[in-house]
Design a protein around this ligand. Structure first.
Ligand SMILES: Cc1cc2nc3c(=O)[nH]c(=O)nc-3n(C[C@H](O)[C@H](O)[C@H](O)COP(=O)(O)OP(=O)(O)OC[C@H]3O[C@@H](n4cnc5c(N)ncnc54)[C@H](O)[C@@H]3O)c2cc1C
Length: 471
């Protein structure tokens, strides 16, 4: 077998034989499919990554299979990229150096459910974990809006927050991620268990410092959630009411999203269910809090158009309200028009409608706001994931500069290296663990701009750099 990626000198047919009895995928068309994620949300990432392919796919079913695969990768000096559902937005799972793609979705057992926690293998789908928890009266403290395709391992390695983060905080909030078990890439892969604050050594490292085998996450008692959509005549009113809902005693939503009317026009399934041409506030609230929610919305000039239990929703054949939140909002627009893209913007704290009012006229007609409210350390913050009608990289830079001039922070969604986005800096704790867990630098190394600079140093020295350069 020749190298599909054109980047490796490995005899892939011999390599595939050495992986037996682990299942492999050798058909080029299927390897190419598994070399992609949702990077195409960004025209910049699309241009950079669309021709990057792996050479072979392995599908381990157990941690023992995975250890065998990693040992072979070590023996052959093969670059390795872990892959769950492939729903990441920054090309995290794209094999930029070619090599082996390890798809975890067959390693998917739910191992243990106990008071306040669930432990599942890395390839378990988030929706399956939630379904198993529902039987016991519990639910994940948070999950991404992609729960039907995303794996629990991919979420903790590539994601950051999701449905539930308004109640429970992002993944990195102490107590949300309870333990992560990961294998090193060595002649005999070793297992390391990260617990307590140490889970941050591997969370959001994009799979470059260990192959996660199982994840223990916090669960919370399941409540009777109702999916609500309210409409407003101005975006400022939707935003202001959204923040007010998060601050009203007696209201404890787990999701709160606000969406500009021009974006809402791309939600055809809501036609006839919400007032047309209005700005939306989307929320998930406990059934017993419905009346107070309605009063809060009405007092601010809004209309509660939809308030649905899961059964109501199924009867109307409507999607979950969270399919109008997080990056699903962007997806609804992209389904109709691939020239749209988005950005990730932190709002000044605490969230204030005055900041939104001051910013809006400066942005231009090619930027449509969409905010997610979340909570960290007890305080509520807002993140804008605007739809941007992409024209040129220069115009995108100008939009970023406009946000920054108004005191907002840009977490660039158009970078395929981990330092370019939310982290804004090298996380040397991640890289020190990479040195320990992946001494040959085979795991997704191209995704760190800083790795080449530090890879020759001892792990302790890389760790020490974290003190002077906080991520
Ligand atoms: C429509 C849409 C909505 C989204 N909504 C959200 C959201 O609400 N919240 C959010 O945080 N993100 C969101 N995302 C981004 C993405 O869905 C999440 O990051 C998701 O949880 C990733 O899971 P996955 O299984 O698809 O991971 P993948 O995309 O397969 O992988 C993500 C990263 O994790 C690494 N990885 C995967 N498995 C392992 C493993 N076992 N060990 C080590 N590394 C591993 C990969 O190498 C890659 O770097 C969204 C994306 C889309 C397209």
């Amino acid at each position: 077998m020749t190298s599909l990626s054109g980047k490796t000198q490995i005899d892939w047919a011999a390599f595939a034989r050495a992986l037996a009895p682990v299942e492999v995928i050798t058909e080029p068309v299927l390897i190419k499919k598994r070399s992609r994620d949702f990077f195409w949300y960004s025209p910049i990432l699309n241009a950079a990554l669309k021709t990057c392919f792996g050479d072979l796919v392995a599908r381990p079913k157990t941690p023992q299979d995975l250890a065998h695969v990693l040992a072979q990768a070590y023996a052959h000096d093969a670059p390795v990229v872990l892959r769950g559902g492939g729903t990441g937005n920054y090309g995290q799972a794209v094999p930029v150096d070619g090599g082996l793609i390890v798809e975890t979705t067959a390693m998917n057992r739910i191992l243990e459910i106990g008071p306040g926690f669930v432990r599942a293998e890395a390839g378990a789908l988030m929706a399956d974990v939630n379904a198993a928890l529902a039987e016991t009266g519990a639910e994940l403290a948070m999950f991404p809006s992609t729960q039907d395709i995303a794996t629990i391992g991919g979420f903790v390695a590539g994601g950051s927050a999701g449905i539930g983060s308004l109640a429970s905080g992002p993944l990195r909030e102490p107590g949300n991620l309870l333990a992560l078990r990961a294998l090193s890439v060595e002649a005999q892969p070793r297992e390391h268990v990260f617990t307590g604050a140490d889970v941050l050594q591997i969370h959001h490292a994009w799979g470059l410092n260990g192959a996660i085998t199982d994840v223990t996450m916090r669960t919370v008692p399941r409540r009777d959630w109702i999916g609500c959509i309210a409409s407003f005549d101005s975006y400022a009113d939707a935003f202001d009411t959204g923040y007010a809902v998060t601050q009203t005693p007696g209201l404890t939503p787990k999701l709160l999203t606000t969406v500009d009317a021009r974006i809402a026009a791309y939600f055809p399934r809501l036609a006839g269910h919400v007032r047309p041409d209005t700005h939306l506030m989307v929320t998930l609230i406990s059934a017993e809090e419905r009346d107070l929610l309605q009063q809060t919305i009405t007092a601010r000039g809004g209309v509660l158009d939809l308030a649905l239990t899961d059964d109501d929703r199924a009867a109307l054949n409507l999607p979950h309200v969270f399919e109008f939140s997080y990056n699903h909002t962007t997806l609804q627009v992209l389904k109709a028009d691939r020239t749209a893209t988005y950005q990730q913007i932190g709002c000044p704290e605490p969230p204030s409608v005055d900041d939104i009012r001051a910013l809006a006229p400066a942005l231009g007609d090619d930027v449509w706001m969409h905010h997610e409210f979340s909570r960290a350390g007890g305080r509520v913050y807002a993140v804008d994931l605007p739809i941007i009608w992409f024209s040129t990289p220069e115009r995108l830079a100008e939009i970023n500069a406009t946000y920054e001039r108004h005191g907002f922070t840009v977490y660039d969604a158009h970078s395929w290296q981990v330092e370019g986005g939310g982290l804004k800096n090298a996380d040397y704790r991640h890289l020190a663990w990479k040195k320990r867990m992946d001494p040959k630098g085979l795991l997704n190394s191209a995704k760190s701009a800083a790795w080449d600079r530090v890879k020759a140093l001892p792990a302790a020295e890389i760790d020490a750099m974290a003190v002077t350069s906080k991520p």
